[in-house]
Design a protein around this ligand. Structure first.
Ligand SMILES: [Zn+2]
Length: 182
């Protein structure tokens, strides 16, 4: 029985790895990507370019005129901070290096875009699922519509807690810390 379990685990690890090796280079026209494009079209935001070669990292969707790039990240391959999905069980070294390379490539591309005045929108696959979809799509449309010269270079993650909520929480923490020290 234990042998079978080990075998099962190995098979699982390998097949998972193999499945995701297909996504080693940012795969195109994935389901989450199609969903993002659909939401943009529904809001009348057409005229976007797909995987535009002239923008760093060939963003999944971009609006060259507005200087907005949208990256739709698969949670597994891009190592989503919300999902923290398990690593493959075999060839751990190989996979962690690959993931790391992927992550630093994402960062490099985004830095490059920001440096040339682009607004970078990042949307994780899981933020498009279930009842999160509407809020994320709302963020997406708002950010694209609001992207004009005055907006400037910014990196925004879509479908997460709004900044004002975080600010309130941070303020609360500060106050309580102060109280404790006094
Ligand atoms: Zn995720």
């Amino acid at each position: 029985m234990p042998q079978q379990d080990n075998e099962g685990q190995d098979t699982h690890g390998v097949s998972l790895a193999t499945r995701h090796v297909m996504q080693a280079n940012r795969s195109k026209n994935t389901k989450p990507e199609l969903l993002v494009r659909q939401k943009l079209r529904e809001a009348g935001l057409t005229g976007y370019r797909l995987h535009w070669k002239k923008a760093a990292g060939k963003p999944d969707v971009c609006f060259p005129g507005r200087k907005v790039a949208v990256f739709v990240n698969g949670c597994y391959w891009h190592r989503c901070p919300h999902c923290a999905l398990p690593m493959p069980k075999t060839n751990v070294e190989f996979w962690s290096q690959k993931f790391e390379r992927n992550r630093s490539r994402d960062e490099r591309d985004q830095r490059e875009l920001l440096a040339s005045g682009w607004k970078v929108l990042v949307v994780w696959e899981c933020r498009l699922k279930g009842d999160r979809l509407d809020a994320t799509a709302g963020d997406l449309v708002r950010e694209v519509q609001g992207a004009r010269e005055r907006d400037g270079a910014r990196l925004v993650e879509l479908g997460v807690t709004p900044p004002w909520k975080l600010a309130v929480r941070r303020k609360g923490l500060k106050t309580s810390a102060k109280r404790r020290h006094r």
